[in-house]
Design a protein around this ligand. Sequence first.
Ligand code: MEV
Length: 402
Amino acid sequence: MKEFAGLTDEEVELLRRTGRLSIDVADKMIENVIGTFELPYAVAVNFLINGRDYMVPMVIEEPSVVAAASNAAKWCREGGGITSIASEQIMVSQIQLVKVPSPHTAVIKILERKKEILDVANSTNELLVKLGGGAKDVEVKVLDSPVGKMVVVNLVVDVRDAMGANIVNTMAEAVAPIVEEASGGRALLRIVTNLADRRLVRAWTRVPKDVIGGEEVVEGIVYAWAFAAADPYRAVTHNKGIMNGVIAVALATGQDTRALEAGAHAYAARRGRYEPLSTWEMDPSGDLIGYVELPIAVGTVGGSIKSNPMTRLSLKILGVKTAKELAEVMGAVGLAQNLAALRALATEGIQRGHMKLHARQLALAAGARADEVDKVAEEVVKSGVITLEKAQEVLQNIRSRK
Ligand code: MEV
């Protein structure tokens, strides 16, 4: 590596230096490990969810997100907090059957063997079955694809406290020979769907109008939401704001963030058009009512969660015992994050607060020491030119003044 990339001794040392995740553990988590990678770890405060107080660990590189979530959580708290309810923890894996001679007959033939399919699927995970989970249903559909008809089997599995991808992939591979035989075709793909639309979180809140600046601000937030409802170009950014919160908690708790993103955005487009995942409305008394609905497939058990001491710590700080509860917290954070963004956008804009924090990052990048950062950031913001070059110039000036 050193030769290939022309690394200095200091850079090699930087790679060698690891923190709480040891190189041995990291090396077992993924392949070709040459180090570990750190990001800021923060806690969002003020969250009252389903009547319980939470401190919410968040991992994110973007300034403002944690402060925004904490502010919005405070506004929600004034109206009684956030209610968040997750559905059952159902994941689906798909088995693709190609070259099926009579696709519609195959549907029947496969369904006739449903019990056998479920038994074989469940034989791969006795513990899950003991915990009340396991494969629960088999669904079969015929698809018209660009290369002709194909048959797809959905294996519907209650995965309890696991994220579940591994569980359902194992089950799909185990039952593929049965459905292949029943269909007379060939089983090709056997894989989870990340459109986890049977694993939804629904969260809502009421924010008293006076807490967020009166009826005009409430109206502004509703207009902001309506823009997203009418225009996918706005909806995707609206949803990005929701995912700022969801993914920061996901990273802190060791989740598969790509699965969450893929699922959320596919769900946003489920009606054939990309839509906002939340709605905002003014109630008759002028208060703001917010609602979010999205798939959240997360786990509190499983390899990557247990092996990283920081993700274990995050779950302890959160005090969540089940995947369902973790998903409920994440949905609530997404809703609060969305509220904070919309309020900022509908009032002073996000740049003022954002730029202050951004200037601190620039100050750091310019080489400012911890005791210089705030001063540099302040002068950069005052100058109105918020660039790295400006931060370097300001830093030089400050040092020469000393
Ligand atoms: C920035 O990370 C997130 C926002 O763009 C979200 C939004 O526009 O609603 C502020």
